[in-house]
Design a protein around this ligand. Structure first.
Ligand SMILES: [Zn+2]
Length: 423
């Protein structure tokens, strides 16, 4: 990671600001700009942690911050310790420590025993630019404190980033949720990651989530989630085009000569729109390109040379083929709309489920028009499996939606996310 100091800006600065706020400091506005108030907060953190208070986040300070970013610390049991005193020290609960350490016997702690202690803070931040690196670390942090979740890799992006999946539950009813096929729509990754966190937390704490018995869902269903299908695109939006990008000059060309990708780029890093790259009326999607003036790779709507030509769409399709999904949700932004048909195909039960989703979310049901109805993930799923598949467009406004819409989007979708696993 780069050294952060006064005057710098970026998603990494924003992440540190959000963390400082979360653990009780005042870095000022969480805006990704390292100003004097952020510098003061860093100095205060350094003083409290025995570091040189220079206001610069270098290796030592970053190291001290990192355990808070991950949300847990490895702790070695000392004489006289019990889980209650440890939980007090870390501002957490005995329950959380037990959840993070399967097999631990609270009445029989051994001196020298190493345990995981989750801090009493949430892992997934919902007030920052959510890059691939932040998501990756959140997955590590969540897996450490909630070891009962399964995590894995469904494939790699063009630039070699992992296409992570997370599995909640161990029941026979398999469902699949994915987000951020489109770079601008990274807020859907935050939605799915926060869902993972809150679902896991409710499971560990034996509490309900939006009135639902999470343990019941856990035993009935297996919820597979790929929160970020297009990590190269998301990072291009949030961090800009880096010099070492192997597609550097081609990307500028594909972006009509502009180096600003932050408001336009939906595609993967090779300029293919992943949600126009599935094998469902792909030829029609290809033919429609001319109507939109698309002649090759670019920010949006280029279908690629052939279906599943891209490693990301291929990985998602392979993941689907290797499971037995009863239902899928593909999260996009924006419009507060649910698409639930493909051409004239209505899978059994889809209409009833679509109506339930509309009822719990307040979103409108719609049938797609034009190229939006071709070669998308849910189109392919419905076509191939004749089972319910949904594209859900969250939020309202112009992409990328501001993260300030997060709470509303989460509240609109939490019941839908739970319902989709049992409906
Ligand atoms: Zn989209």
């Amino acid at each position: 990671m780069r050294v952060l100091r006064l005057g710098l800006r970026g998603s990494d600065v924003m992440e540190i600001q959000a963390l400082l706020r979360k653990i009780g400091y005042n870095p000022g506005t969480i805006d990704g700009v390292f100003g004097s108030q952020t510098e003061q907060a860093v100095k205060q953190f350094q003083r409290n942690n025995g570091l040189t208070p220079d206001g610069v986040v270098g290796a030592n300070t970053y190291n001290a911050l990192r355990k808070f970013l991950l949300g847990y610390n490895a702790y070695t049991i000392k004489p006289g310790d019990n889980l209650y005193t440890i939980s007090r020290r870390y501002n957490t609960t005995v329950n959380r420590i037990i959840a993070a350490n399967p097999g631990i016997v609270p009445t029989n702690l051994r001196v020298g025993q190493r345990i995981i202690v989750p801090y009493g803070i949430d892992v997934v931040d919902t007030n920052i630019d959510y890059t691939y690196e932040i998501m990756e670390r959140d997955i590590v942090g969540l897996k450490a404190r909630y070891p009962f979740i399964e995590t894995g890799i469904a494939g790699k992006s063009v630039l070699g980033k992992n296409l992570y999946y997370i599995k909640l539950g161990n029941g026979p009813n398999q469902v699949f949720y994915n987000g951020a096929h489109h770079g601008l729509e990274w807020i859907t990754s935050v939605l799915l990651m926060k869902f993972v966190e809150n679902f896991s937390k409710a499971y560990a704490d034996r509490t309900t989530l939006a009135g639902n018995d999470v343990r019941n869902i856990w035993s009935q269903s297996s919820i597979y989630i790929i929160p970020m299908v297009n990590p190269d695109g998301v990072n291009l939006i949030l961090d800009g085009l880096k010099r070492d990008n192997p597609y550097y000059s081609r990307l500028i060309e594909w972006n009509n000569g502009s180096t600003d990708f932050s408001r336009v780029w939906q595609a993967n890093i090779r300029g293919v729109d992943l949600n126009h790259n599935y094998d469902a009326s792909w030829n029609l999607s290809k033919q429609a390109e001319a109507r939109y003036g698309i002649t090759g790779p670019g920010p949006t709507r280029f279908s690629g040379p052939y279906p599943e030509s891209e490693p990301e769409s291929k990985a998602v399709a392979d993941f689907t083929r290797s499971h037995n999904f009863r239902l899928v949700l593909a999260y996009h932004s924006q419009g507060e709309v649910i698409y639930w048909t493909y051409l004239n195909i209505i899978p059994p039960g889809a209409q009833r489920i679509a109506q339930l989703f509309a009822d719990v979310s307040g979103y409108t049901l719609s049938e797609p028009a034009g190229t939006a109805s071709y070669a998308g993930y849910k189109d392919w799923f419905i076509d191939k499996y004749r089972r319910p598949g949904f594209t859900i467009e969250v939020g309202r406004g112009i992409n990328p939606l501001p993260i300030s819409q997060f709470n509303e989007i989460y509240n609109d979708n939490i019941e839908l996310l739970l319902l989709a696993a049992i409906v």
